[in-house]
Unconditional design. Structure first.
Lengths: 213, 213
DNA sequence: ATGTAATATTTTGTATTCATAGTGCAGAAT
DNA sequence: ATTCTGCACTATGAATACAAAATATTACAT
């Protein structure tokens, strides 16, 4: 097994996203490069490289002379991101091999039913949801599309921890996953795609209703 | 008029894309950072920042210890990019205000008919085509989506100069633009969206047939 | 007390330096 | 003859140093 060797900037990027998931950063706050670099135990150079990458993904924004800061959240942007990811995931599903999806159906259905119960950590729920979607799209041959989806989703992470721990939405999310999986089991790709699109639209509205702002 | 003050990395990025359009870089070739930096008259730091941005957009790829290089072109990737941009532009059109599009229709139609003739520079044709699409999407309220389209299209620039100067495809491109514009004039958004999608599929095939590879 | 100008401090943007990984070649061992 | 090893060289990855811009502070005038 080859030992993992990745550029520092990528490791830093991942670590920053983890911290973001944990809610360590408040949206809209400036980033102090020297402070963050010393906190992470790296120099400013690879840190800035990671920040630039994240800015390209929309997680951060940069202003001349003012450095980087976490892009402020807004209902408008969240809606925009949901529209985009909904369309991209739908496309990915459409491009997937029908036979593969059919075989995948039962597993997706099982996972959807085993959705973590309400007592689980918010982060755990998020992770499970992400993995389910990743598996759903695992048959898509368009690699660039999958990369792009990952990148856009990174920009959505700022919204994840804003979700209040509510119960009903969770069950509806699971129910929608079941609907998608069932359509796949039946080999009805258009229905699955439509259900997936609904899932994003509804997910957006569920979230919106809980974003006090 | 305030004088333009942008980070060096962005100016460098733009300049590199310009050079790419001019065909200054062969796909698949490694980038020598010191050489390129001195050629541009900047230091390696902002250059590397620009390279990292371009890598995030898929224009370049980076390998640990081996630096950056222009991502090699392939029929597969080109098809993937067309699929993505087609879906994104369709979404952008769907989200646009119907009334605005209707008002825009005549202008789009006029521009489509005034498509530059065959003797024009390849670059000129590209620019005109880009501007036409930009105008088509100018009514889309989803700003993130427009940014994303721009970013993905940056990754397609590597393919632009591979097009041989052929005549027939150009006329078909113009004809398709007319179809889209006509649908908008009639206020038939679904037809326009479908025509736009066709435009990307056909454009892809036109290009594919000319990519010898 | 408040507003403004001058100055000090902090922070970012860019350049330079240093360390280490990658590459190619020469020569020895098989 | 071929392959492996060691060494020199080159290029990248990361750290540090410097310059410029933005922000904070203080002194002064009103």
């Amino acid at each position: 097994m080859p030992i993992e060797r990745r550029p520092l900037r990528e490791q830093i990027r991942d670590e920053l996203l983890r911290k973001l998931d944990r809610g360590d950063f408040a949206a809209g706050t400036d980033i102090n490069e020297v402070a963050l670099a010393s906190e992470l135990g790296v120099s400013r150079t690879p840190l800035r490289e990671a920040l630039i990458t994240l800015a390209g993904e929309g997680v951060l924004e940069s202003n001349q002379g003012r450095g980087f800061r976490f892009a402020p959240v807004s209902r408008k942007e969240f809606r925009e991101l949901c529209e985009i990811v909904g369309a991209l995931e739908s496309l990915a599903l459409q491009l997937s091999d029908a036979g593969y999806l059919r075989r995948l159906g039962p597993k997706l259905l099982r996972l959807a039913r085993d959705f973590p119960d309400q007592v689980a950590e918010q982060q755990e729920i998020e992770r499970h949801d992400d993995e389910w979607h990743d598996l759903l799209l695992s048959g898509c041959p368009n690699e660039r599309l999958l990369d792009l989806i990952t990148s856009v989703k990174a920009g959505m992470r700022r919204y994840a921890h804003l979700q209040a721990g509510d119960d009903a939405p969770l069950e509806r999310e699971a129910a929608e996953h079941c609907r998608i999986a069932e359509a796949l089991v039946e080999g009805d790709l258009p229905a699955a795609t439509a259900a997936l699109r609904d899932n994003w639209v509804n997910g957006m509205e569920r979230m919106m209703s809980r974003l006090t702002e």
